[in-house]
Design a protein. Structure first.
Length: 343
């Protein structure tokens, strides 16, 4: 096996780029160590300030075509979603109740302050008494919990669910805060917040599927770094990991955090992996070597190079392909899912 070279370190800050800032406050009261096989050990923080915002059916956009892939790709689809879904085919949601967005906070011991999040709940949420798969989507270093809302991820999910092209799911969109921009890994970092505080909180508060089969994590820009880093270090926690325009430039990263190393030295099992980036994205310089290393090591993954650059227009244009890929891991009949134990 060729010797693996750690990520090239640079101080570039571009668009939603991800070089961490220094001289930030030290996190208070570190959380319990990250558990690879379970994230349910730490106490569940208290949810505060929740409110609901229904999605208007008239505001749901029609699915837009996936842009043509440029040069390199593994799996391409000519339409926003697969034209034929695996059996059993998810049925369109029969009720008239639209999906909605709720807002909340986790009282984070890792951050030493409340951490905001917003969560998309699908149409008829809770009506069948079953759990839902949960997709955790992380933003870049200049983003807060609103970025995926701004891009239209919840509307795209609503459209896919109501037409039967996407299975009903939860989408959790946390605020990054200073924690994601100034830490790298471990229980006192953003990784510790997501694994030991956010996920247990969501699974205790909502009808989220409390098992690896029911969890996926994805992110854009620096959030793409976090998603790969967490999933490659803790592959038993998630079914799928997606990195969308990942900014793999962390000035504190070492062998224990570098996805180009952990992706081939750790046993990733059946972890589903997706990496996409624009052909004019400056971070392709770091993303392409990661793809090369995974490919050389025989690690199954999807690698897509699309038209565009590192900006909101690129991510917005690819939302449907992201949703379709995450959904492929969850195309099962809801009657086969566990019952929801959350009050």
């Amino acid at each position: 096996m060729p010797r693996l070279r750690p990520l090239f370190l640079t101080a570039i800050l571009f668009a939603a780029g991800c070089a961490p800032l220094r001289d930030m406050p030290t996190p208070a009261a570190p959380a319990e160590p990250v558990a690879a096989a379970s994230v349910s050990t730490p106490p569940i923080p208290t949810l505060t300030g929740r409110q609901a915002t229904p999605l208007s059916p008239t505001s749901v956009p029609a699915a837009s075509p996936i842009p043509a892939l440029v040069g390199e790709t593994v799996i391409a689809s000519p339409s926003p979603f697969p034209t034929s879904l695996p059996t059993p085919d998810p049925s369109p949601t029969p009720c008239a109740e639209p999906g909605r967005i709720e807002f909340g906070e986790v009282n984070s011991a890792v951050a030493g302050e409340p951490m905001r999040y917003r969560i998309y709940l699908p149409p008829c949420y809770g009506s069948d008494g079953r759990v839902y798969p949960a997709l955790y989507m992380l933003g870049g270093n200049i983003h807060d919990d609103a970025i995926w809302d701004v891009l239209g991820l919840d509307e795209a999910a609503e459209s896919g669910i109501t037409t039967g092209q996407v299975p009903p799911l939860l989408i959790v969109m946390p605020d990054n805060g200073w924690l994601a921009n100034t830490t790298t890994s471990g229980p006192s970092s953003y990784e510790g917040f997501v694994l030991n505080e956010l996920i247990p909180h969501i699974e205790a508060t909502y009808c989220a599927w409390p098992a690896a089969e029911g969890r996926a994590v994805g992110g854009l820009s620096r959030g793409g770094y976090w998603s790969l880093m967490m999933a490659f270090r803790q592959p038993d926690v998630f079914l799928s990991v997606g990195a969308h325009s990942p900014a793999l430039i962390d000035s504190y990263a070492g062998p224990a955090e570098d996805p180009a190393i952990t992706g081939v030295t750790n046993d990733l099992g059946d972890l589903r992996i997706w990496i996409d980036i624009a052909e004019r994205d400056p971070y392709i310089v770091q993303a392409r070597p990661l793809h090369d290393v995974l490919e050389s090591a025989g690690v199954p993954h999807e690698w897509h190079v699309n038209e565009g650059t590192h900006d909101e227009a690129y991510w917005r244009a690819n939302l449907n392909s992201y949703l379709s890929w995450y959904s492929d891991g969850w195309r099962i009949d809801r009657d086969q899912l566990p019952e929801c134990a959350t009050p």
